[in-house]
Structure formats: structure tokens, C-alpha cells
Design a protein around this ligand. Structure first.
Ligand SMILES: CCCCC/C=C/C(=O)SCCNC(=O)CCNC(=O)[C@H](O)C(C)(C)COP(=O)(O)OP(=O)(O)OC[C@H]1O[C@@H](n2cnc3c(N)ncnc32)[C@H](O)[C@@H]1OP(=O)(O)O
Ligand SMILES: NC(=O)C1=CN([C@@H]2O[C@H](COP(=O)(O)OP(=O)(O)OC[C@H]3O[C@@H](n4cnc5c(N)ncnc54)[C@H](OP(=O)(O)O)[C@@H]3O)[C@@H](O)[C@H]2O)C=CC1
Length: 292
């Protein structure tokens, strides 16, 4: 996976689908956000990238400019409501408005929930839930004030069976899913659609935060027995953000290789209690059968 690869991969979306549209991608300097930004550039969007690391943003901005996009980059943290307000003022000033917000910034660290300290819990919830809300609210206020339609796509996670060893992010992402369902209704009169994309295990720079053992479990965490890549998620984001999805709101699209049905990621490695050992597993007496 590389910028060059994403610049050429086939896409189901129509060339020019985002012509004249301004798309803001948070966390656009790396991984899923960067792949999505490349896809939007190929669909002729004008791009705004934000994240904390100015170097990552600059590198992504250079790549997008090479693809012909009009792009601005903004180093800031979505955890600061003031920084979010400033970002939106800069976007309006520089691009004249916004059409699509992609809330992709986020992350977590692996720890057993019994050990998570308040500062760590708050860091994760503040980023993934509160930061996402500040961005959504700022976008909605903008669209309300200028009486223009808008669209939001939030990147969450496939949390549907819980996420052992990352309880903080599971709680925050569940919050975003139900926040999205709620405002999809509240903001429908403003002509704003709100949807989520729930990735399963997606091979990105973010994997570097996890041990080798954890990463090995990620590729075994769904019935396809492989990880997805950032392009899988980028395309889902662009679809939900496009006019083609104009009748979809309050929805969550899972792009997870079927992880809702089978397989578990273990962020710190699988605890002994959950090790599978069919050879030594004993059935209750009345279920023992003779195998020929
Ligand atoms: C559905 C299946 C999913 C499968 C796989 C998923 C993969 C991904 O999501 S990959 C992409 C994600 N990218 C990341 O996760 C980025 C890595 N994480 C972070 O950037 C940060 O940890 C953060 C955003 C979650 C927190 O940011 P920040 O406020 O900068 O946090 P601090 O580093 O200052 O730490 C605050 C506090 O948090 C606790 N803590 C942080 N890291 C750890 C750790 N590795 N282990 C334990 N605790 C940690 C700790 O309490 C920190 O306070 P201090 O002790 O005072 O440092
Ligand atoms: N890869 C996977 O398997 C999965 C990923 N996800 C989620 O998808 C999203 C993208 O992850 P991915 O691309 O894999 O990993 P990355 O770590 O590459 O992306 C996370 C991005 O979020 C940005 N970010 C983090 N905190 C903040 C903040 N406070 N303010 C602004 N930007 C911030 C980072 O930028 P910077 O460092 O510049 O701040 C970074 O670009 C994340 O929300 C992630 O948790 C969900 C499920 C699975």
C-alpha cells in the first residue's frame, strides 16, 4: 500500500463525483484518512486535512497537490473545541465553505479495562467521542448558518460484540454510532445526512501501535482470515459521502470481512482462558459420542 497504489486503484465511484465540493478529512495525514483524501482528490474534490502532526499533513498535502487537488492542511487537535472553531473559520475563509466532513481522527491504546487510569480513559473518550462531536456540531452550525446542505461520515469500529482490551474506544465508538443516529434525525430538516463506517481490522500505520501477537490476531479476526486495507474503507466513506447515498442517513456501514459473525481481535494477545484447545476439550458425559 502506498500513495502511488491508491492513486491508481480502481474505484466504483464516478470521476468528477465531488467536483466543486469541499471535503474535510480529520486524521488525513496517515492511514485510512490519507487513502480517503487521495480518493476524494481523484474524484475532483477540494480538500482540507487536519491532524496533530504538521509533518504528516504536509506530506499528504504534497501528494494530493501532485494529484491536482486544491488542498489546505491544518495542524490542530479535535479534542479542543476552540481549535475546532478556529479550523472551521479557516476553512470558510480559505475554501468558502464545506460540503462533507469525514471524522476519521481517532485511536486508542490496548489495556485491560480493570487497569485503565482516568487520564487514559479520558484521553481516548475525549478524542474519539468528544472530539468527533465538536467537529460534527461545528459543521452542522456552519451548514445551518449558510443554509446549505451538508454530509458527515464518521469512522467508528466494528464494536458489535464488545472489544476486549480496548473498552474505552468501544464505549466511545458506541457513543458516536448513537450520536449519529440521533442527529441524523435532528439535522434532517437542515438537509444534513449523518452516517458511520465501521472498519474491522484494517492494515494501516496504526497497526504499529500493537504487538506482533496482537497484529497476528487481527488477520484471524474475521472469516476471510485476512485484514482489509485503507482503500476498502476509503471507498465506503466516499460512497456514503456522495449524492449516490442521498437517501441514506443514520446508518452504519460495516466493512469488516464479516467480523460481526466470527472471529475476535485481541489487542494485547489472547488470554490463556480463551485459548482454543479442541483436542483436550471435554464434553459433558451425556454429549460424548463415539467417533468411527
Ligand atoms: C475492530 C477491530 C479494530 C482492530 C485494530 C484497530 C486498529 C486501530 O485502531 S489502528 C489506528 C489507531 N491509531 C492509534 O490508535 C493511535 C495510537 N494512540 C494514540 O495516539 C494515543 O494513545 C491516544 C490518542 C489514544 C491518546 O492520546 P494522548 O492524549 O496524546 O495520550 P497520552 O499519550 O498523553 O496518554 C494519556 C494517558 O493515556 C494512558 N496511556 C496512553 N498510552 C498508553 C499505553 N500504551 N498503555 C497504557 N496507558 C496508556 C496513560 O494513562 C496516559 O497518561 P500518562 O500515564 O500520564 O502518560
Ligand atoms: N486500522 C484499523 O484496523 C481500524 C481503525 N479504526 C479507526 O480508523 C481511524 C483511522 O485509523 P488508521 O488510519 O488505521 O490509523 P492512524 O493512526 O494512521 O490514523 C489516526 C489519525 O487520527 C489522527 N488523530 C489522532 N488523534 C487526533 C486528535 N486529537 N486530533 C486530530 N487528529 C488526531 C492522527 O493524526 P496525528 O497523529 O497527526 O494527530 C492520525 O492521522 C481511527 O479513528 C481508528 O481508530 C477503527 C477500526 C479499525
Amino acid at each position: 500500500m502506498s500513495d502511488d497504489d491508491f492513486a491508481q486503484r480502481p474505484t466504483a465511484l464516478r470521476e468528477g463525483a465531488f467536483a466543486g465540493k469541499v471535503v474535510l478529512v480529520s486524521g488525513g495525514g496517515s492511514g485510512i484518512g490519507r487513502a480517503a483524501a487521495i480518493l476524494f482528490a481523484r474524484l475532483w474534490a477540494r480538500l482540507v486535512l487536519c491532524g496533530r502532526d504538521a509533518g504528516k499533513l504536509e506530506s499528504a498535502g504534497t501528494c494530493l497537490a501532485r494529484l491536482g487537488a486544491d488542498v489546505s492542511t491544518h495542524a490542530m487537535s479535535i479534542r479542543s473545541p476552540e481549535a475546532v472553531e478556529t479550523l472551521f473559520a479557516e476553512v470558510v475563509d480559505r475554501h468558502g465553505g464545506l460540503d462533507l466532513l469525514v471524522n476519521n481522527a481517532g485511536g486508542q491504546f490496548a489495556q485491560a479495562s480493570i487497569d485503565i487510569r482516568p487520564k487514559g480513559w479520558n484521553a481516548v473518550v475525549d478524542t474519539n467521542l468528544n472530539g468527533t462531536f465538536y467537529m460534527m456540531q461545528a459543521a452542522a452550525r456552519h451548514w445551518r448558518d449558510v443554509a446549505r446542505p451538508g454530509c458527515i461520515v464518521n469512522v467508528v469500529a466494528a464494536i458489535w460484540r464488545g472489544m476486549p482490551q480496548v473498552a474505552h474506544t468501544c464505549a466511545a465508538r458506541a457513543g458516536v454510532v448513537f450520536l449519529s443516529k440521533t442527529v441524523a434525525t435532528e439535522w434532517a430538516p437542515l438537509n444534513i445526512r449523518v452516517n458511520c463506517v465501521a472498519p474491522g481490522t484494517i492494515r494501516t500505520e496504526g497497526f504499529g501501535n500493537y504487538s506482533r501477537e496482537a497484529r497476528a490476531s487481527f488477520s484471524q479476526a474475521n472469516p476471510t482470515l485476512r485484514t482489509g486495507d485503507a482503500w476498502d474503507i476509503a471507498q465506503a466513506i466516499a460512497y456514503l459521502g456522495s449524492d449516490t447515498a442521498g437517501f441514506i442517513t443514520g446508518e452504519t456501514l460495516n466493512v469488516d470481512g464479516g467480523s460481526q459473525n466470527w472471529g475476535d481481535p485481541w489487542f494485547l494477545g489472547r488470554p490463556e482462558y480463551f485459548e482454543l484447545n479442541y483436542a483436550e476439550a471435554r464434553l459433558p458425559e451425556n454429549l460424548e459420542v463415539q467417533v468411527q
